[in-house]
Ligand binder design. Sequence first.
Ligand code: PSV
Ligand code: MN
Length: 385
Amino acid sequence: MSYNIKNDIKQKLKEQRIETPTWGYADSGTRFFVFKQKQAARLLKEKLEDAAQVHKYTGVCPSAAIHIPWDRVDNWDEIANYAAGLGLEIGAVNPNLFQDDDYKLGSICNPDAGVRRKTVDHIKECVNIAKTTGSSIISLWIPDGTNYPGQDSFRARKGRLEETLTEVCESLSADMRLLIEYKFFEPSFYHTDVFDWGSAFWLSKKLGDKAQVLVDLGHHPPGANIEQIVAFLLDEKKLGGFHFNDKKYADDDLVVGSIKPYELFLIYNELVGAAFDATTASTAENVAYMIDQSHNIKNKIEAMIQSVINIQIAYAQALLIDRVFLKAAQDEGRVLDAEECLKDAFNTDVRPVLGEIREEMGIDHDPLSAYRRSGYNERILKERE
Ligand code: PSV
Ligand code: MN
């Protein structure tokens, strides 16, 4: 083998955790069409069963994020038990502020106080679901915005953001966090209230320690330096989590690492670097790594396994970076050497060592083939038709 991976690096890879989303196992598509898959999960229990398969073959995905109302059930204790029986935990609870007629002019920023009240009540329902299921994260994408100049006051809406979310934060218990997810446009096309990392950062500062920022890789304008945003938020102790996916044009929700693997590696470089630094280590350790992807043309479970593998590869490569050499090159202004140090790690084929690690964890070295051989897909195809 041309590289030497130390045992502590192997250990870190075994401890890596990635959360998969229930909505990634259900039928979904673009706003143009949904290509239905006969084996797609329909109910929450089926989505959890599929998430458990991803965990079974990768060993690093023991939790599933849920979306309310898509996953709403009557008995959350029963769901928490069902998940536990599958070896899973309920992860981040995602309120939905974009699929209700009342949200035409926004949810928490809506000019109508009645709609704002309804929104806060919905988020509080999600807080209660999290409390019942043992989850500690509310991931809140704030889709509010306007479509036309003059439609509403930017400043009034900014005030409503702060006011409504202050009430939400008060309902969180001490161990819970509110992760604020920004997106530069969509579903509104003129302005978005929480449109970039800066506005999410400002809001999280206003709301205090329980609030942090969630970075969805698909939510930036083309060319944005996401690794710099990650470094900045880590340094400010405000990076709370990720929604991993990839994009070519807009919020494409493609498999993470399928279009820009080097970007994913550079993001992991920042995370690993921050984990080694005493001032940022605890923030880096608490980052929630979640996938947010909906697979329209790939088999959903296979695409999720492929995504997890891509994330493992990026993390393994970032762990291989010679940080002592990198720092010396940076301090001495050896630009080419610093860049090559990163490239050396990025160009390392870590797939064999990831295979070894999986075998040490008692699972197959090749999760995708093992899943395909298992017969699960054929079974759900029959059962869910
Ligand atoms: C919005 O585009 C988003 O990224 C939010 O995280 C939603 O909760 C998710 O996608 C599901 O569609
Ligand atoms: Mn997202």
